[in-house]
Design a protein around this ligand. Structure first.
Ligand SMILES: [Zn+2]
Length: 126
C-alpha cells in the first residue's frame, strides 16, 4: 500500500510504498537515540518525494556515507539515505500520516554498527 508522510511543518511531503504490516528498526546509535527515528528501509523505487526538495538540508558525520536529510524549516528528519543501504531510502515511521496496520519493532544495536550492519544490508534490493 501507499503511505503518505511529511515533516512537521509540511514543507516536505513524500509517498512510500510498503506492506500493511511492517517491520521497523529501533536504533540506539548516537543520532537515532536522540531523534527517536524509527527505521523502515525501502528501495529508492518505492519512494517518491512530492514536495519540499528545496527545504532539505543535509547533515553528515563520521563516515559521511549516511545523508541525514532534514527540513530546514522545522528540523524534522522524515527520511534519509542510510549508511547500511546507500542505494535505498530509510523512512521515519513516525513521520507517516497514517500508522501501518501493525509495526513489528526490532531493536538494532547501532552503537556497534560494524558488528550488526550486515543484518540490514540489501534490504533495498528486495
Ligand atoms: Zn518542515
Amino acid at each position: 500500500m501507499v503511505y503518505k508522510g511529511s515533516c512537521h511543518c509540511g514543507a516536505i511531503c513524500f509517498e512510500v510504498e510498503a506492506p500493511e504490516n511492517i517491520e521497523a528498526e529501533d536504533c540506539n546509535c548516537s543520532i537515532c537515540s536522540k531523534s527517536g527515528f524509527l527505521h523502515m528501509i525501502v528501495p529508492k523505487s518505492s519512494f517518491k518525494l512530492l514536495s519540499g526538495k528545496e527545504q532539505i538540508k543535509i547533515y553528515t558525520f563520521n563516515t559521511g556515507v549516511a545523508k541525514h536529510t532534514f527540513c530546514k524549516v522545522c528540523g524534522i528528519k522524515p527520511f534519509y539515505t542510510p549508511r547500511s543501504n546507500p542505494d535505498g531510502v530509510d523512512i521515519n515511521v513516525r513521520c507517516l500520516d497514517a500508522e501501518p496496520k501493525s509495526i513489528k519493532v526490532v531493536k538494532f544495536d547501532g552503537q556497534n554498527w560494524e558488528l550488526h550492519a550486515h543484518t540490514l544490508s540489501h534490504k533495498s534490493e528486495e
